[in-house]
Design a binder for this molecule. Structure first.
Ligand code: PRX
Length: 632
């Protein structure tokens, strides 16, 4: 079994084998890892409950495979290059040996703080090496990590900590983001006023503030790591033990904790990393995501380290000190593979081509895109100005729930096509359906994207609520995993992802449920009701458009707008702030009280010519009023 596909024919063969005999296919790929006990059966599954188990009864530790396994041959190879927010600050390099030692020490530190196997540890940290070390330290000693992006508010953080019933939180005093300094520990303190499960907080120093430390609860990373032993045997984990929980938004309710397990996730992230990015031993690989999102989990930490690669972690933002920062980092560290989001590309495009042209970018071989559909204009700009028309672009489609990339070209091996994620990876069996559940076999017809067969990296459950997992992903179409995305397929089998078909909006590659934002807006005392929709946004992909009904006539619109924005920042975080707020006297509702979002979406898009039949609405006149006041 080849771990890396090198030609189009090899892709076709691998794909065919993976469909004809998935167990043989994945079983052979899993052989390359260290298993403390081999599995009894490769796969056990049904999508009804759902129950999905890979490498049944296999025992392993993912860090033994991501670290110890490389020590003999790659002990002195760089595992992590860390580039700080400020280009004037010194960067950090960690070899596999150094990373291994730091992870072992951190795992011992967690144990000394009373963390036990199976306990949940929430990590709320900036993009510093200790974030990756914390993630791996949890995995080393069998704790379940749940990383929360450090841009979320204290209230969002508290919800996640409580849902996970976390025992400990790892954080920092503050963080740098561009020109800003953000008091991270203060956010944690606020959250913890509502989180009785948390017994320990470990605080890494980053900014040099001296945060308030609560006696008996808070300890300093530096002081505790000092005391920790550097030997820490890898905890024996079942292949199906939880590795991590990652919260993500859906159509309804609060964000749910997507659960990934140890064995399948390991095999899948390693395989997809090697193949999609056509990884070579000497490559310097950089994914610009934050480890707070799934992309960072799978393609900054686990995938690259499992493959023995050098992975670059970047603390900063693309536009500070100027819009050339990404390209400066590429030249500085001779980056070969560069993986980013369309929203970043579009914002750099808007800043002008001069920035990118002032750097050589000679080292680049492969470019990647993730998180949202990449429009053709951005694709071409990326291809021409960044890739100098010599670098294949992998457009990788996947989700928090899928654990790893499902649909993508393999760099330079299978063809790229602008705005298309292209072909399913081996092991992935997509189908397109009509809303009625009929399979679409014609080309170029839009359908709902589902998966027929499990793959090792898929989610197993939603934490603490298996029924919600079944309802959300496995109940729309019997026997299928439903992605929530719409897609089209061309005559060569290439998939083009259109976007979400549910009430999830994708703002700069970040997922929000419209209900979640509405709940936040409704916290404002002057707000009676609200409805949120997405609309096309030049840089962000989708922007947030909020229609708001107030309790009493508005006296000061600007003040109220400010209050609404503040409520969203408090409940969710800055990243979910509405771009447009329109005050309305009513919302288009059916007689049964359901908001007709389709109409609101059309108005937000500025397309009022085809609103469809509005005669069934409770109050058809409201549509004219909303149209007249629409913000464009
Ligand atoms: O709508 C799809 C979009 O992002 C959603 C998943 O978001 P999240 O779980 O936050 O994970 C993002 C990183 C994997 C999908 O349902 N999406 C992701 N990648 C692409 C994409 N849409 C189009 N093209 C992509 N390459």
């Amino acid at each position: 079994m080849h771990t890396r596909i090198r030609t189009f024919e090899e892709y076709q063969t691998a794909y065919q084998q993976s469909v004809e005999n998935p167990e043989a296919f994945w079983g052979a790929l899993a052989e390359q890892f260290i298993w403390q006990k081999k599995w009894d059966k490769v796969l056990d599954w049904n999508f009804e409950e759902p129950k999905v188990q890979w490498f049944v009864n296999g025992k392993l530790n993912i860090t033994e495979n991501a670290l110890d396994r490389h020590l003999k041959e790659r002990g002195n190879k760089l595992a992590i290059i860390w580039e700080p927010n400020d280009p004037k600050e010194r960067f950090v390099r960690l070899t596999y040996r150094e990373l291994h030692e730091q992870v072992c020490k951190a795992a011992n530190m967690l144990k000394a703080q009373g963390v036990k196997k199976g306990d949940r540890v929430v990590i709320y940290m900036p993009m510093i090496p200790e974030l990756a070390i914390s993630v791996l330290a949890c995995a080393r000693m069998g704790a379940v990590h749940s990383v929360v992006f450090a841009g979320f508010s204290s209230s969002s953080l508290a919800d996640r900590i409580n849902d996970a019933q976390a025992y400990a939180v790892i954080t920092s005093d503050g963080l740098y983001r561009g020109a800003k300094e953000i008091p991270v520990k203060r956010v944690v303190d606020e959250a913890l006023e509502h989180c009785p499960s948390v017994k320990r907080v470990i605080v890494k120093e980053r900014v040099g503030w001296k945060p308030r430390m609560m006696e008996g609860r808070d300890v300093s990373w530096e002081a505790e790591i000092e005391k920790a032993d550097k030997n820490c045997p890898a905890e024996v984990m079942d292949a199906e033990d939880m590795l991590f929980i990652l919260y993500t938004s859906g159509s309804t309710g609060k964000p749910k904790g997507v659960v990934h397990t140890c064995g399948g996730y390991m095999v899948y992230t390693d395989y997809t990393f090697r193949n999609v990015f056509q990884y070579e031993e000497s490559d310097i690989y950089w994914c610009t995501a934050d480890i707070g999102w799934v992309t960072g989990h799978s393609y900054i930490v686990y995938g690259p380290l499992l493959a023995g690669a050098t992975t670059l972690m970047f603390e900063g933002v693309p536009t500070w000190p100027d819009a050339g920062r990404f390209w400066q980092v590429v030249d500085k560290h001779n980056v070969n593979t560069f993986y980013t989001a369309p929203t970043a590309i579009r914002s750099l495009m808007a800043a002008g081509t001069d920035h990118v042209l002032s750097y050589s970018l000679d080292s680049l071989k492969i470019l990647g895109s993730v998180g949202e559909p990449i429009n053709e204009e951005a694709w071409h700009w990326y291809h021409i100005h960044v890739g100098k028309e010599k670098c294949p672009i992998v457009d990788t489609w996947w989700q928090t729930e899928t654990g790893g990339i499902l649909i993508s070209n393999l760099a330079g091996v299978t063809p790229h096509k602008p705005a298309h994620a292209t072909l399913p990876l081996p092991g992935i069996q997509p189908v397109l359906l009509t809303a009625e559940g009929k399979e679409i076999t014609e080309n170029e017809e839009e359908g709902l994207l589902c998966m027929k067969f499990p793959w090792p990296g898929m989610l197993r459950t939603t934490y603490g609520d298996h029924e919600r997992c079944r309802q959300t992903y496995f109940s729309s179409f019997k026997g299928l995993y439903f992605t929530g995305d719409g897609a089209r397929r061309d005559e060569h089998g290439n998939y083009r992802i259109i976007g979400r078909v549910d009430d999830v909006i994708n703002v700069s590659g970040h997922r929000f449920g419209t209900a979640e934002i509405e709940n936040a807006i409704n916290q404002c005392i002057h707000v009676a009701e609200s409805a949120v929709v997405g609309y096309p946004h030049e840089i962000k992909g989708q922007g947030i458009y909020a229609y708001v009904i107030t309790r009493e006539p508005i006296t000061n619109e600007e003040n109220l707008r400010g209050e609404i924005l503040e409520a969203v920042v408090k409940e969710i975080g800055k990243i979910a702030r509405p771009d447009k707020i329109q005050f309305v006297s009513g919302l288009p509702k059916t007689r049964s009280g359901k908001i007709m979002r389709r109409i609101l979406r059309k108005i937000a898009e500025g397309d009022t010519s085809s609103l469809g039949d509005t005669s069934t609405l409770l109050d058809p006149n409201v549509v004219d009023e909303i149209k007249a006041g629409a913000i464009h």
